[in-house]
Design a protein around this ligand. Structure first.
Ligand code: C2E
Ligand code: CA
Ligand code: CA
Ligand code: CA
Length: 266
């Protein structure tokens, strides 16, 4: 950029300043929300075959004083980069455990950032949550993405084993979008994997998506892992996925995420 002269340099720099200001703005909003009860939890139903009770994924929202309800797409990157994801994630888990203790038929899947999960203290925190809120730990599932787990294989494996020893369920989120390595599927003590919605979008008409989804379901079942399809939007997708033996379905076809109070009595 430098060889292009002063004009492009100052343009480039002012772009950086705007990015910094925007990021600072988000960071401030996150800090305020942490201090003043500004986060909300939304729930989206998971339709699970042959499983009793009500099953949901917990999805975080920021309730901004001027801008209203904001989805994680606009702030999760900043939360990760600043480390604020650690206290935010702790809040999500605490609230989720409270809902589980108050609603005996409830099952929740909570998204956990790998940055949060790889911390030594994470397992101790989970153990004290289970101690404090009494509920069957099998009613809690943690969803994590695969890429950073593989990059930190030994630590990830040790953490997963400890969490599984607490009887909390483990799920790999966005399966197929990261560096899906088959060895880890065999070694990690997983209960579930969620096929990313970008693959589900191609079902049943795109032949490569369809083959991939079939393959993932077959492979998971051979390993004793159950499969959830995310982003199910049509009856045609639903019928095809059920026919493939996919255990769980989630998507706008059934319901968008709704405020927790929509499903749970206060
Ligand atoms: P994700 O875990 O893959 O969650 C699924 C996303 O797909 C959600 O977006 C959900 O609203 C959306 N979705 C659900 N059904 C459909 C559908 O039929 N079609 C389409 N196109 N989309 C659908 P959302 O709520 O904006 O969350 C985005 C991401 O933010 C999540 O992706 C997850 O990675 C992250 N996230 C959400 N809550 C938390 C949290 O508490 N902690 C952490 N670390 N990450 C979170
Ligand atoms: Ca998820
Ligand atoms: Ca996902
Ligand atoms: Ca995702």
């Amino acid at each position: 950029a430098k060889s292009r002269g002063r004009g492009s340099i100052s343009w480039f720099q002012s772009g950086m300043v705007e990015d910094l200001v925007a990021r600072f703005d988000v960071e401030t909003a996150l800090e305020k929300a942490l201090q003043s009860d500004g986060f909300r939890l939304f729930l989206q139903p998971k339709i699970i075959a042959d499983a009793p009770g009500r099953h949901f994924e917990v999805l975080l929202r920021l309730d901004h004083p001027e801008r209203g309800i904001i989805g994680p797409g606009s702030f999760i990157n900043v939360a990760e980069a600043t480390g604020l994801i650690v206290p935010i994630g702790a809040w999500v888990l605490e609230e989720s455990c409270r809902m589980l203790a108050e609603n005996p038929d409830l099952h929740l899947a909570v998204n956990v950032s790998v940055r949060q999960f790889l911390r030594e203290k994470f397992v101790d925190d989970l153990a004290s949550l289970l101690d404090h809120h009494q509920f069957d730990p099998e009613r809690l599932t943690l969803e994590m993405t695969e890429s950073l787990m593989i990059a930190n294989f030994d630590l990830a494996l040790a953490q997963l084993r400890k969490i599984r020893a607490l009887n909390i369920r483990l799920s790999i989120d966005d399966f197929g979008t990261g560096y899906s390595a088959l060895v880890y599927l065999k070694q990690f003590p997983l209960n579930e994997l969620k096929i990313d919605k970008t693959f589900i979008a191609g079902v049943p008409h795109d032949s490569s998506d369809t083959s991939l989804v079939e393959l993932i379901i077959t492979m998971a079942h051979h390993l004793g892992i159950s499969v959830i399809a995310e982003g199910v939007e049509t009856r045609e997708q639903e019928a095809w996925l059920r026919n493939q033996g996919c255990e769980g379905l989630q998507g706008f076809l059934f319901s968008p995420p709704q405020p927790a109070s929509y499903y749970l009595k206060p």
